[in-house]
Unconditional design. Structure first.
Length: 326
């Protein structure tokens, strides 16, 4: 058990801010903390580890607090100082880990950071990490989970920031990781420009991946479509309209024959001039040869009007053409 230390003043310039050995915080945003420190000062001392040879201090706990103090032009900071001989790297890491777990949940990237440090910095066997540390991070103790989370730390910074900001689940992050770096960047460019949420990201990536495998075309080339670029740059279109239109393009790339059939049927349905309360629908994915009829009515008179309209439609050439298509 660590010996309790009394706080002492440490010169900010002697803190090694390049050394993030113990840090598992992402992103290192500290503006609100800086504002708080400016108002009330540093309430809780940081914990540092003194490196005798380098005459520098490693931050064990409180990296963001130390950064905020530096950016607030503090010359000294209150800290609990442990010499290397009293605090090993492993004990320092555990101290930082449990200090954080005591007052907050880790986001997906921070979980990856912890697992990466355990595996690569300290050389722990995966089975031990899975059994002991995944549950601590609120994760299921399984090898598949470990393998999903471990590489997240290697994603580009802008992607990691988006994952944290949008609170994307690991199943989405893993889809991005499975792409080549070039395809990943192209996909993320679309995702971030449209500010897509989880469901749309999954849908768009599914269309792209499946079309890419089928046609042996890189995802980045599929996204190089001039129509997509034009829509992304069109300031007259709302975000929701851009998403709707680009979704149709990607779906058409994945299901070219299906979307062509849908377009033909949609055109023929327009020619029937159906009232808003009457709807004719082809079978899903055109798997079948029956049209579905839906309509609403409030009284017998409206029902008779719908029946008369359906009887009229039944003999129209347009309906026969739709039935031929499906």
């Amino acid at each position: 058990m660590l010996k309790r230390k009394n706080p002492e003043k440490v010169e900010i310039e002697k803190i090694d801010f390049e050394d993030r050995f113990f840090t598992a915080t992402y992103p290192l945003e500290y503006q609100r903390l800086k504002e708080s420190i400016a108002r009330v000062g540093l309430i809780q001392p940081v914990i540092v580890r003194k490196q005798e040879k380098a005459e520098k201090y490693q931050v064990v706990c409180g990296f963001r607090r130390a950064l905020a103090c530096r950016e607030s032009d503090f010359e000294r900071i209150e800290a609990l100082v442990y010499p290397e001989a009293e605090l090993s790297e492993w004990d320092g890491f555990l101290l930082a880990l449990f200090e954080n777990l005591a007052h907050r949940d880790f986001n997906e990237i921070e979980k990856s950071m912890v697992l990466s440090k355990l595996h690569y910095q300290f050389g722990l066997d995966p089975s031990r990490i899975i059994e002991e540390y995944l549950p601590l991070l609120g994760l299921e103790a399984g090898e598949a989970v470990f393998r999903q989370y471990l590489p997240l730390i290697d994603l580009d910074e802008e992607i990691k920031e988006y994952i944290v900001r949008k609170k994307l689940p690991v199943r989405v992050s893993s889809r991005l990781l499975a792409l080549s770096p070039e395809d990943r960047r192209a996909s993320f460019r679309l995702i971030s420009r449209l500010n897509l949420g989880v469901n749309r990201i999954v849908e768009f990536l599914t269309y792209l991946e499946e079309a890419s495998r089928r046609d042996e075309i890189p995802v980045r080339e599929l996204l190089g479509d001039q129509q997509i670029e034009a829509m992304l740059g069109d300031e007259k279109l709302t975000r929701s309209k851009k998403i709707e239109l680009i979704r149709k393009i990607l779906r058409r790339k994945r299901y070219p024959q299906l979307t062509e059939l849908e377009a033909q049927v949609e055109e023929k349905l327009k020619e029937l001039h159906l009232p808003p309360e009457l709807k004719l629908s082809p079978p899903p994915y055109f798997e079948g040869d029956e049209l579905k009829v839906e309509f609403g009515f409030r009284d017998p008179k409206e029902l008779k009007r719908m029946a008369d309209r359906l009887l009229k439609i039944s003999s129209s050439p347009g309906l026969k053409e739709i039935l031929k298509i499906i």
